[in-house]
Ligand binder design. Structure first.
Ligand code: PCA
Length: 224
């Protein structure tokens, strides 16, 4: 019986509502039907450089997953980004949720400059793109907490299990229009550091479609 660790994040500066939480839950619901033999552990990671390392490490120790996928939101992106490269660098113009603002700090002093994803990102991309789903291969997960978690995940597993990171765009409930209504009290801002696109446009995808893309990514990874 295989085990999946699926992590997600909560709110952080510029993103008052993080869609990864609901998408992770909905993906787990889909997997309960499509992969009944898979045990799915959902874990929220704090949007903190140090805190995310600690909680991720605890979750890896506790669950000893066979597959580990971390989800983050990248405001402004149009497609689900199958991240391929994690770099050994924390550098962000915004502070994390613990107030830490890091400038050009290595994640592991003795670590390699970069790790490649250990998910079958090319296969996932080709299979899902063929069916018309909005997915892309991405070569930067930014330099904020998402890249940090991606690097930590790869550093911890050293290729021993399929593990990697997927960025999702902002989302809307399945029935809502495709433009995000800005809540005046809680402005949403895209930061390039966080993998976002600072174009002013904030495209969204339906939560159900995002959940299905994550579900399919897991199923393809299991088969690979
Ligand atoms: N996105 C941020 C951190 C948490 C999240 O969901 C990022 O891309 O770094």
């Amino acid at each position: 019986m295989a085990t999946l660790l699926l992590t997600y994040f909560g709110a952080f500066e510029g993103v008052p509502y993080n869609p990864t939480r609901v998408v992770a839950r909905r993906a787990a619901d889909l997997l309960a039907v499509s992969a009944p033999d898979l045990t799915v552990h959902l874990k929220e990671l704090p949007v903190e450089f140090a805190g995310s390392s600690r909680v991720l490490s605890e979750a890896l120790d506790a669950y000893e997953p066979d597959i580990a996928i971390s989800l983050g939101v990248a405001a402004g992106r149009e497609k689900v980004s199958l991240e391929r490269v994690a770099i050994n660098l924390d550098a962000a113009r915004i502070a994390d949720n613990a107030g830490a603002q890091l400038t050009d700090t290595p994640i592991h002093l003795d670590g390699p400059d970069a790790y490649f994803s250990a998910l079958p990102t090319r296969t996932i991309y080709e299979e899902l793109n063929r069916t018309g789903l909005p997915v892309e291969l991405s070569y930067t997960a930014g330099t904020f907490v998402c890249n940090h978690v991606f690097y930590e995940l790869m550093h911890a597993n050293q290729g021993s299990i399929p593990a990697g990171f997927i960025h999702i765009p902002l989302s809307h409930p399945n029935h809502a229009p495709e433009t995000l209504k800005q809540d005046a009290g809680k402005p949403i801002r895209a930061h390039a550091d966080t993998g976002g696109v600072e174009s002013g446009e904030l495209p969204t995808l339906a939560e159900g479609q995002l959940a299905a893309i994550i579900e399919q990514s897991v199923l393809i990874t299991e088969r690979a």
